[in-house]
Design a protein around this ligand. Structure first.
Ligand SMILES: Cc1cc2nc3c(=O)[nH]c(=O)nc-3n(C[C@H](O)[C@H](O)[C@H](O)COP(=O)(O)OP(=O)(O)OC[C@H]3O[C@@H](n4cnc5c(N)ncnc54)[C@H](O)[C@@H]3O)c2cc1C
Length: 497
């Protein structure tokens, strides 16, 4: 036996006792242990601790041998300065293919799949254990719905919800999205009281930089709307922006939009809090359980087929993010959502210096400082082809490093440690698809949250649970699937990346 004070991960100070606690709380697979304890996320990038973590799993009789599967290695291979990436030759910046190919999907059920039988029937089946599905499960269970089941094909945090930047802002260009985000951020501030886990909301503000006049006009229009809706957004000049973030090179932009009440959360506890809360109220969250088919009969959804068997269902909610179109097609429904890879990277930890999340609306560069001191940031790529691609590329590191070190020259010497990617779930008007499905009664849509679902989830899920309980709510008309066929688009323009 390893002594419980023994250090498993020296970078993040994770002991055997910490792993015991993770397992006791249900984080029994190594990907989840990593997220719960921080194991393998420090400067050694998991190289020193992985063997001890696998040995720990092997020593525990209650963990199946499959739990010893190593966590996914994240590039870069070793900590490398931003200036080194920024100086890479053009041929690499132009090269779009990732040298790292995704692992081939294993045939058959996931080795960590639970053994217990599934119930024969559920009143609501939610497909997808991302923030949307879990927040909805908790809201339904809180309203007294006792027969809710969520199917997630991987561990919690497997999809975009576990891979995002955690930015939460009310600066949007339509009143509805402003309202949804405002309610959601207020809920995040009370999350620990409501759900017993801290999501580390830090309201350091959002600073949108405009590099040209057309972008500034958009920010000004946004600020006017925000004022009407009671937000604190102001347009500020370069001098004031550099007062808020002194490390910015003021030559890179002409003005900024500033809302000091926006912020950043730590994504993973947000999912775990909803999952735990839903379980305590009787909902079942079935991880490592893949939905493989939907039974539709007489124009209504009747059952959900999984790789653990079939569950009859009165209502089925599609909350699969970027995978929603493939699930919808199992019911003969076509969704207009298109997945696009978005890459993101974390630096070595630095002393706190950066209050807000900073974003260049034009280039799509964004970055903030995490509570652990890392600079976490990303940048969209106009040449990214559509596809369910979650690999990482050198092209992204080069483009991001150039953009960041130009805007914040002092970051050049900072080392990048860990890079990953997730998929934006893009709709034609950048607004979500929520509500009923024409032609298939009982099949409800909850997808299309592009790059902002994380900050909308609490309010959308509350309203969806109430609407499913019979309340009238116009957002389920306005943002329904029929709008595309009817030509009623709800264009949102404040998209980062
Ligand atoms: C790099 C990046 C940065 C982002 N930054 C931000 C940000 O700063 N702020 C913000 O608000 N949003 C951000 N987003 C967007 C945000 O993460 C998403 O909008 C949100 O997480 C979507 O949640 P979801 O529950 O709809 O989807 P997901 O979290 O993707 O969940 C869908 C789940 O469905 C599961 N699934 C798929 N197929 C099946 C199946 N057959 N059976 C069972 N389960 C299945 C998947 O495994 C997945 O876990 C970012 C996204 C990315 C990729």
């Amino acid at each position: 036996m390893i002594a419980d004070k023994a250090i498993v991960c020296a970078c993040e100070d994770v002991t055997v006792a910490d792993l015991d606690e993770a397992v006791a709380r249900g984080f029994g697979d190594i990907e989840s242990m990593k997220r719960y304890t921080g194991l393998g996320t420090g400067p050694c990038q998991g190289k020193s601790c992985l063997a001890s973590a696998v040995r720990y799993c092997a020593d525990r009789a209650d963990l199946p041998p499959e739990a010893r599967v190593p966590f996914r290695a994240r590039p870069p291979l070793s900590p490398t300065t931003i200036s080194a990436f920024a100086g890479l030759p053009e041929s690499i910046v132009r090269h779009r293919e990732s040298p790292l190919q995704p692992q081939a999907a294993r045939p058959g059920p996931h080795p960590l799949q639970p053994r217990e039988p599934l119930p024969a029937h559920a009143s609501v089946v939610i497909i997808g254990g991302g923030i949307m599905g879990l927040a909805l499960a908790w809201n339904l269970a809180s309203r007294g719905e006792r027969n809710v089941i969520v199917f997630e094909r991987g561990y919690l945090c497997e999809g975009a919800s576990g891979r995002n930047g955690g930015g939460v802002r009310a600066q949007w260009s339509t009143p509805t999205l402003v309202e949804l985000a405002k309610e959601s951020i207020d809920f995040m501030a009370r999350f620990a009281q409501e759900l017993g886990i801290n999501v580390w909301l830090r309201r350091g503000g959002y600073l949108f930089l405009a590099e040209d006049e057309p972008t500034l006009r958009r920010l000004e229009a946004g600020a006017q709307l925000h004022k009407k809706l009671g937000l604190a957004t102001r347009i500020i000049d370069v001098g004031e922006a550099c007062g808020i973030v002194p490390e910015l090179d003021g030559k890179g932009f002409i003005a900024a939009s500033w809302n000091p009440e926006d912020g950043v959360v730590f994504p993973w506890p947000f999912l775990w809090g909803y999952a735990d809360g839903a379980r305590k109220l009787g909902a079942r969250i079935e991880t490592f359980t893949r939905v493989t088919g939907l039974d539709v009969e007489g124009g209504a959804v009747r059952a959900v087929e999984t790789d653990r068997g079939k569950v009859r269902a009165d209502r089925v909610v599609l909350a699969c993010g970027a995978w929603s179109p493939s699930l919808a097609s199992m019911a003969g429904v076509t969704l207009p959502n298109v997945p696009y890879r978005h890459e993101i990277v974390s630096s070595e930890p630095l002393k706190p210096f950066l209050g807000p999340l900073v974003s260049m609306l034009g280039s799509g560069l964004y970055f903030s400082q995490s509570m652990r001191g890392e600079i976490v940031g990303g940048m969209g790529d106009p040449e990214e082809p559509p596809g369910l691609n979650q690999t990482s590329s050198l092209r992204f590191l080069a483009r991001y490093s150039r953009a960041l070190s130009t805007l914040v020259p002092r970051t050049s010497a900072v080392k990048l440690l860990r890079q990953w990617a997730g998929c934006y779930d893009l709709t034609p008007d950048h607004s979500p698809i929520i509500g009923e499905t024409p032609g298939v009664s009982g099949l409800l849509q909850m997808s299309g949250f592009v790059g902002h679902g994380f900050m909308m989830a609490p309010a959308v899920a509350r309203r969806m649970a109430e609407w499913m309980g019979g309340a009238k709510d116009e957002i389920f008309e306005r943002f329904n699937l029929s709008r595309f066929a009817e030509g009623r688009l709800e264009k949102e323009t404040f998209i980062i990346g």
